[in-house]
Ligand binder design. Structure first.
Ligand SMILES: [Cu+2]
Length: 183
């Protein structure tokens, strides 16, 4: 007779699925909150496929300058890595992807070979002193306060038109490091 009574563990097991359901609904709430935030950020953010390109910006250049930097953050919300392959803009003859590093104690800059990987679920920031775009052969000087269009091409997500907001000449972004580009 006593064998028919459920064992105490059985109750414990039945209760088990609840915490994971709570976790799931918490995750849904967070997701909804994030979605609700998107309209506020739309001012200067671009999307293509699983990628988000946040705040592309450049810097005003002195008269006669032939190069200007380009900076932004790419967020990959997808489950596969993507690659930034090329950039084009009417403001310059060419646009290159550069990375900076220290070689023999000297800060150097070199083109990124084969594009810049944007890891799945990750993000890459292009900023002064790190990865950055270089608009070379400027056709005119970007002016503080304006925006100029450019096209970014990714291996999987394809091409997207963005606008670079031009900030002041001394603007360093989040890092206090920059260097002149010999051209
Ligand atoms: Cu550069």
């Amino acid at each position: 007779m006593s064998n028919l009574l459920p064992k105490p563990q059985a109750f414990a097991l039945r209760g088990a699925p609840l915490p994971s359901l709570q976790r799931l609904s918490l995750a849904l709430c967070v997701l909804l909150l994030l979605l609700a935030c998107i309209p506020a950020a739309i001012a200067h953010e671009f999307k293509v496929g699983d990628l988000e390109i946040e705040h592309p910006w450049s810097r005003a250049t002195p008269p006669g300058a032939k190069v200007a930097g380009g900076y932004f953050t790419v967020i990959n919300k997808g489950s596969a890595p993507d690659r930034l392959l090329s950039i084009s803009s009417d403001i310059s003859a060419k646009a290159e992807l550069h990375e900076m590093g220290v070689k023999d104690g000297v800060m150097t800059m070199r083109p990124v070979e084969g594009g810049l990987e944007i890891p799945a679920g990750g993000k890459v920031a292009l900023k002064p002193g790190a990865y950055h775009l270089m608009f070379t052969g400027l056709k005119r000087q970007p002016k503080q306060g304006e925006k100029f269009p450019a096209t970014l091409t990714f291996e999987k997500a394809g091409s997207v038109k963005v606008e670079f907001a031009v900030e002041g000449m001394g603007e360093m972004g989040s890092d206090d490091m920059d260097m002149d580009h010999a051209e």
